[in-house]
Every structure is written in structure tokens, then in C-alpha cells.
Design a protein around this ligand. Structure first.
Ligand SMILES: Nc1ncnc2c1ncn2[C@@H]1O[C@H](COP(=O)(O)OP(=O)(O)O)[C@@H](O)[C@H]1O
Ligand SMILES: [Mg+2]
Length: 244
């Protein structure tokens, strides 16, 4: 089985992420999901694999400057055509999928980040995003749908989106926003079953002493990862596992 390297996490992943897999990176706000995902793209470029980071909720320039501040050199690699950070409008998911495909081809990208799947889930249930046959059916029955459809339809839509994203052929990190102490690994409660792996990030506030950041692999198909909860820090070099 071929894997893609992720050297920062290698002591835990023990050989990288299976090529072409979809990995959910879940955690509460501020837990380091975006930084980890950008590092994944960055480390890919060092291995000769281009990447693209799609953001649905941040401004491109803001994100680039945040990553530069966390020690992940992004601006130069964008100039060199090895990666890009692309803002996508989540309102029309068919346009969004076309845009994703266009940029993956343009950059010959092998690694993909979607920040975040949770935003996509919010828009999945919009009436305008339903498949044409379902819209035709609803119109024929004169059913007046609410602006946002029920969670079963949204879950189906998200599942089908994930399949389409998988067909782009990249190894993909899907970022999933969680409430602190959530019982799930995603807001949508479906992507954790549909994905191939889950990396869970968290932090624990220690009063004036600061925070302890932790990372655990909850699931990784086809991989012999190290179980347990592992501490990491965010430094001027990005995410660094704490060695004891
Ligand atoms: N240069 C830095 N040095 C140390 N910590 C940083 C640095 N830049 C960001 N951080 C930490 O990273 C956190 C944000 O990480 P981010 O990846 O944006 O989180 P998430 O995407 O999970 O919301 C901030 O809350 C901050 O504590
Ligand atoms: Mg983020």
C-alpha cells in the first residue's frame, strides 16, 4: 500500500497516511486544525507533491499571514506554483465542486484540505443544492420545502459530496469543527463513518500555566498507528509533538 508522508506526525502515524484516503481532522476552535492541515500541504511539497488548501470561512490573505506567523512558509510556495490557498463560496456546492476540480488540475495537486466540512454541511441542505430530480419531484408534488431541509437529507448530501471529493483523487484532510467535549467527531455525525481516518485535536486549559494540546488517532484504516493521547505544541515551526 502506498502512503503519503506526514513527517511531523510520523512517530504516531508510523509511515504516513494511506494514499488517496480522506481523513477527518476534528477538534474545537483553536485546537490547531488549520495549522496542522497547512503543515500537511507544506510537508507534501517537500516530498515533491503539490497541494491546495480550500477555505470556506477565512480570507485567503488572513490565512496566509496566520500560517506565516506560525512558521509555515506559504507565500513563497504559492508564488512558485506548488500550492495555493483558495477561498470558496459554500452557497452553491456544484460550483464549489467544479472549482475544486479546476484547482486540483491546475496545480497537479496530490494533497487537499477542506476547511471546513462543517461549513459545507450547513449549506448542503439548501434547496438550491438538491439534486435536480429531487427538486423536480418536490415541484410536481407542490411541496413547499422549508429553506433548509431536514438532517437526513443533509447527511445524504454530505455523504455524496464526500464521494465526489474522493474522486478528485487526492489524499484529503477534511476539517471538522467540534464543540468542546463533544460526543461526536463531527457536527454532521455522518462524516466520521464515511471517512478513512480521524485525527482528534484538543486542548486543556491549565490556568495560568497555559494549555496542554493533545492529538489522538481515533481511526486510520489500513494503518498501524500508535494509539493513545499524544501531547503537542504549536511553535514557530508549526505543530511539534512533545517528546518525553
Ligand atoms: N506562532 C504561534 N505560536 C504559538 N501558538 C500559535 C501560533 N499561531 C497560532 N497559535 C495557536 O494556534 C491556535 C489556532 O490554531 P488554528 O489552527 O487556527 O486552530 P483551529 O483551526 O483548530 O481553530 C491559536 O489559538 C493559537 O493558540
Ligand atoms: Mg481553523
Amino acid at each position: 500500500m502506498k502512503t503519503v508522508a506526514f513527517p511531523s506526525l510520523d512517530p504516531i502515524l508510523k509511515g504516513g497516511i494511506p494514499e488517496g484516503d480522506q481523513i477527518l481532522v476534528s477538534g474545537p476552535p483553536g485546537s490547531g486544525k488549520s495549522i496542522m492541515a497547512m503543515q500537511f500541504i507544506h510537508e507534501g511539497i517537500q516530498k515533491g507533491e503539490n497541494g491546495v488548501f480550500f477555505t470556506l470561512d477565512s480570507e485567503r490573505e488572513y490565512l496566509i499571514s496566520q500560517m506565516e506567523g506560525a512558521g509555515i512558509e506559504v507565500a513563497r510556495l504559492i508564488e512558485e506554483g506548488k500550492m495555493d490557498v483558495i477561498e470558496l463560496d459554500p452557497q452553491d456546492i456544484y460550483v464549489l465542486l467544479d472549482e475544486m476540480e479546476r484547482h486540483v488540475k491546475r496545480l497537479n495537486a496530490k494533497r487537499l484540505v477542506i476547511d471546513s466540512l462543517s461549513i459545507l454541511y450547513v449549506y448542503c441542505g439548501s434547496y438550491r443544492n438538491l439534486p435536480e430530480d429531487l427538486i423536480a419531484f418536490l415541484e410536481k408534488t407542490k411541496y413547499q420545502p422549508p429553506i433548509t431541509l431536514g438532517s437526513a437529507v443533509k447527511k445524504q448530501m454530505l455523504y455524496s459530496m464526500m464521494t465526489k471529493i474522493r474522486h478528485l483523487g487526492c489524499t484529503t484532510l477534511l476539517i471538522s469543527e467540534l464543540a468542546k467535549n463533544s460526543n461526536w467527531f463531527s457536527r454532521d455525525t455522518i462524516s466520521e463513518f464515511a471517512c478513512d481516518g480521524i485525527i482528534l485535536l484538543d486542548y486543556h486549559i491549565l490556568g495560568a500555566a497555559g494549555v496542554t494540546r493533545t492529538l489522538s488517532i481515533v481511526k486510520m484504516r489500513r494503518s498501524n498507528y500508535l494509539e493513545g493521547v499524544h501531547e503537542f505544541r504549536i511553535t514557530e515551526k508549526g505543530i511539534e509533538l512533545t517528546r518525553d
